[in-house]
Design a protein around this ligand. Structure first.
Ligand code: URA
Length: 201
């Protein structure tokens, strides 16, 4: 495992590179609104990394992932299996807020995904849990699991073993917590899937 000070230096370099990303289509929107890019938060030695889609307004204002309504659901789900943010690492596929919370574009994903790759290489997690469709697609493809990709309703909560640059990793697709805000059955699925997740930690 890498030393703690090396990990924090490398993560700081990721942050600096994202801050300097003036060629991003989301850069002007960031600056005009006084937003932050949301790099990620948590334990650099975490066994598990959660990957959301992109920051919303609250997140971009506060420089914290999942700190709005969907973050409260995520905290509740973590607490339901005896975990909290200090034990995990939480980040997003796209680091800047897309206007009106629209889906990130293919180009935006291509531009920001290498930062996520670097973060995963720094943390070397045993488990990567994706939150929502976009991070699911990216991570499955990145880790050689394209043939396992199906609609999230068919593969959520299932662990898929893959080999990453740092060794074996289990990938689990989860629904995005925002989907549980107004849909009780998705909330129930998330609660069940977190129980499964716990078994891998
Ligand atoms: N939704 C996300 O995908 N990420 C966040 O950080 C907040 C909401």
């Amino acid at each position: 495992m890498k030393k703690a000070n090396l990990k924090s230096e490398e993560m700081k370099a990721v942050r600096d590179d994202i801050l300097a990303l003036t060629n991003s289509p989301l850069y002007d929107f960031r600056v005009e609104n006084g937003y932050f890019p949301v790099v990620g938060e948590g334990n650099l030695d975490a066994h598990i990394v959660f990957v959301g889609e992109a920051p919303g307004k609250n997140e971009a204002e506060k420089d914290r992932p999942f700190c709005g309504a969907s973050g409260r659901i995520l905290d509740e789900l973590l607490a339901s299996i005896g975990m909290d943010r200090a034990k995990v690492y939480i980040t997003n596929l796209v680091k800047d807020r897309p206007p009106e919370n629209r889906d990130p574009s293919r180009d935006e994903i291509a531009l920001y995904a290498p930062f996520l790759d670097r973060q995963i290489a720094i943390i070397e997690p045993r488990i990567i849990a994706t939150l929502g469709r976009h991070p699911m697609k990216y991570i499955f493809e990145r880790f050689g699991l394209s043939s396992k990709l199906k609609p999230i309703s068919q593969i959520h909560g299932k662990g898929f073993k893959a080999t990453g640059p740092h060794g074996e990793v289990t990938i689990i697709a989860l629904y995005h917590p925002a989907a549980a805000l107004y849909n009780g059955s998705i909330k129930k699925d998330l609660v069940k899937d977190f129980k499964i997740l716990k078994k891998y930690v």
